[in-house]
Design a protein around this ligand. Structure first.
Ligand SMILES: Nc1ncnc2c1ncn2[C@@H]1O[C@H](COP(=O)(O)OP(=O)(O)OP(=O)(O)O)[C@@H](O)[C@H]1O
Ligand SMILES: [Mg+2]
Length: 308
């Protein structure tokens, strides 16, 4: 399958000495919805910056639709729509003007710009704001405009760096629906996020990045299956110490009266575990099955939480 983005042995050392990328490899096939999941400082924006030609690699290569991002910068850049992490508008122009400038920058034929811009304003609910300046938009509207503008040249690949950071729940769901639709219609989408739910819900494949290294890559389902952290969560009266003692031999974590028993196929172990605990005189007040999430996978592979 043709690759939209191919990253080989990519390293980045910033002036000042920070080693942001320690030699990463990634392949994103055309048409994929791909996620780069990692905590603050992992190297996500650096990876995006190099892929979009904004940051110089120290070594290694990135190809975008077969074009090298350094030696064939213009062709590579034209294939990408970028919604950057930091909003970077020219605040003195109207949204319409900014759309036009962006279209000009990417060589969109002037005859089709107006119609295309109106269509994007419509889709992103910004039709009645198109004559105003970006400073007059709410935070969510700015984010919507930024994504709309990145699509003016109808790029093959849409790259979004933390598109839903700091947006409200309603807008987050609207953006998720929109991105899922764009992907169904054929666009390759690459996003960075530290929202587990976003990665699990949207992405065909996810790369977990931490400390400038790709820790693992796979579909959310495969990653979860490979690091099974399913279990039973028992809420006990009191501190749960007696229950924990009764479950000696199981993998346990206890936080006050909450006891988590990590066990594969927890649904088959409910009776056994509850019997042991109640036989020891403990009272179970609540019981839930925990299914492995990408957060658990992240934690298992890196030893720390993604929000740490
Ligand atoms: N222009 C720069 N000059 C020097 N160091 C930088 C620069 N940009 C990023 N870094 C450093 O490189 C590392 C990776 O940063 P990067 O912005 O790629 O992380 P990130 O995964 O996007 O994090 P976040 O989730 O906070 O956006 C960090 O240690 C950061 O401080
Ligand atoms: Mg970033």
């Amino acid at each position: 399958m043709a690759l939209a983005v191919e990253i080989r042995d990519l390293r980045k050392r910033y002036r000042g000495g920070v080693e942001a990328l320690l030699g990463i490899n990634l392949e994103v096939p055309e048409g994929e919805f791909f996620g780069l999941l990692g905590p603050n400082g992992a190297g996500k924006t650096t990876t995006i910056g190099i892929t979009t030609g904004l940051v110089r690699p120290t070594s290694g290569t990135v190809q975008v639709m077969g074009h090298d991002v350094v030696t064939d910068f213009r062709a590579a850049r034209r294939c990408i729509g970028l919604a950057a992490q930091e909003l970077n508008f020219d605040w003195f122009f109207s949204l319409e003007d900014l759309m036009r400038f962006q279209a000009g920058y990417y060589g969109v034929p002037p005859a089709s710009v107006k119609e295309r811009a109106l269509q994007l304003f419509e889709e992103f609910g910004l039709m009645d704001k198109r004559a105003v300046k970006p400073r007059e938009l709410s935070g969510g509207m700015k984010r919507r405009f930024q994504i709309a503008r990145s699509l003016i040249h109808d790029p093959d690949i849409l790259i979004l760096d933390e598109p839903t950071a700091g947006v409200d729940v309603e807008l987050r769901h609207m953006l998720w629906d929109y991105l899922a639709r764009l992907n169904r219609e054929g666009k390759t989408i690459i996003l960075t996020t530290h929202y587990i739910e976003e990665a699990e819900l949207l992405c065909d494949r996810v790369a977990i990045i931490d400390g400038g290294q790709i820790i693992t890559t796979g579909s959310p389902a495969a990653l979860v299956a490979g690091q099974n952290r399913d279990g039973l969560v028992l809420e006990l009266a009191g501190d749960g110490a007696a229950a924990a003692a009764a479950l000696d031999g199981y993998e346990l974590t206890r936080e006050e009266g909450r006891l988590t028993v990590t066990v594969s196929r927890p649904e088959l172990q409910i009776a056994e575990i509850v019997n042991r605990v109640t036989a020891a005189g403990a009272t179970v007040q609540d019981l839930t099955i925990h299914r492995t999430t990408l957060e658990d996978v992240f934690m298992s592979l890196t030893g720390h939480s993604i929000d740490a």
